[in-house]
Design a protein around this ligand. Structure first.
Ligand code: SF4
Length: 378
């Protein structure tokens, strides 16, 4: 049984049934509906309402059980999932992708070094191999990124050896369904899929991709391959994105190609797709630049403006916060073309700089700079 929503709870309360005590406020909430909504978020206790029927109490207790335990290894959280599909709420803890190293084998140190040197950068984040599992190691842990196989086995994590795709995938689905739908405690341990040595990279990658989607909480390979890990880390990033949160970057002043006091200044919102589209263009410009990224709850330019998340006051605050007026000799700020209608409003708030209306699309920036550069930097 998945968690009860506020409306599902409300159906059992006096207000929904038009009974005595409707909206009596004895629970501390102004209405039964307010109580139901708070209860669905576990912000109040069910016993606060003396008139909640036993049927509701039983269903609520059952639905509030945690479906899957969370296990922590060296700061990495494993499991803790409580839905079958991401759109129902979100997935919580990205499936760690680990490698095992058998220290009884020759050249294990070289493999360790290769794994430790691996990193990829994506959407402003650096990803590495999440965990290294040492087999036949007498040392406890070599460092924070490693644990011994014995220690892994001692944790409340179910390990499935991937011998056959059909049985592994069915077992993963059955366990997650029993955990989430039935709150079956015997299925509440996070599940780790272990891949033994396999030289067929395509086979490894396709199986692992499936298991990351449904429903491995951790994956361990005995082989290490940079392309395999890069593909799976990218896939995992997509699967574990929270659908309720817009992708956003940190509001900040970003630098491109070592800018100085005379460099170009652009401004945009902190919606990740907008940021990366603009950042890509600024990186490839023949001149250095700054990009002022304003806080706008991860909304794109026009959405942020219409929701009043991008305002002239907020933009001015960013410039003041970073003391831009004193740091820069260039006195021109280029705003997105979609905000042309805000030019006067921005100019009113940002008196130290001249506001220039830039391009509607990021791909037009290069042409814009080439044709207007002289005029802007004079
Ligand atoms: Fe409704 Fe119960 Fe709260 Fe009274 S105590 S307002 S009946 S939820």
């Amino acid at each position: 049984m998945s968690e009860l929503s506020g409306l599902q709870i409300f159906k059992y309360l006096p207000a929904a049934k038009k009974q005595d005590h409707t909206n009596c406020k004895e629970c501390g909430c102004p209405t039964c509906m307010a109580f139901a909504l708070k209860l669905s978020k576990h912000q109040v206790k069910i016993d606060n309402c003396c008139y909640a029927p036993d049927e509701l109490k039983n269903i609520y207790i059952q639905s509030s059980k945690v479906p899957q335990k969370t296990v922590e290894i060296n700061g990495i959280k494993i499991g803790g999932e409580n839905v079958l599909y991401r759109h129902e709420k979100t997935f919580n803890n990205p499936c760690p992708i680990a490698v095992s190293i058998d220290v009884a084998k020759n050249n294990w140190e070289k493999k360790l070094e290769r794994i430790k040197n691996f990193e990829i950068k994506c959407v402003n984040e650096i990803f590495k191999v999440d965990l290294i599992i040492l087999k036949n190691s007498k040392q406890q842990d070599i460092d924070f990124s490693c644990i011994t196989f014995e220690k892994l086995k001692s944790l409340p994590i179910k390990i499935i050896n991937d011998n056959d795709f059909k049985s592994t995938s069915q077992e993963l689905i059955t366990i997650r369904k029993k955990a989430v739908l039935d709150k079956d405690e015997s299925c509440s341990e996070p599940v780790c899929v272990w891949f033994e040595h396999n030289e067929n990279l395509n086979d490894l990658c396709s199986r692992a991709a499936y298991y990351i989607c449904k429903y491995a909480n951790m994956i361990v390979f005995e082989d290490f391959d940079e392309s395999l890990f890069t593909s799976l880390i990218m896939l995992r990033q997509n699967i574990y994105t929270d659908p309720q949160k817009p992708l956003q970057v940190e509001p900040n002043i970003y630098e491109f190609n070592n800018p100085d006091e005379n460099s170009l200044i652009f401004m945009t919102t902190n919606f990740a797709l907008t940021f990366f589209a603009v950042a890509n263009e600024l990186e490839s410009l023949p001149v250095p630049s700054y990009l002022i990224v304003t806080p706008s709850d991860g909304m794109s330019v026009l959405t942020a403006w219409s929701a009043e998340k991008f305002t002239a006051k907020k933009a001015a605050k960013m410039i003041k916060k970073y003391d831009f007026a004193n740091k820069m000799k260039n006195r021109k700020i280029i705003i997105p073309g979609l905000l042309a209608h805000m030019k006067d409003e921005l100019q009113e708030e940002i008196k130290d700089f001249e506001i220039i209306v830039g391009t509607v699309n990021a791909f037009e920036i290069e042409d814009f700079v080439k044709t207007k550069l002289k005029a802007f930097t004079r």
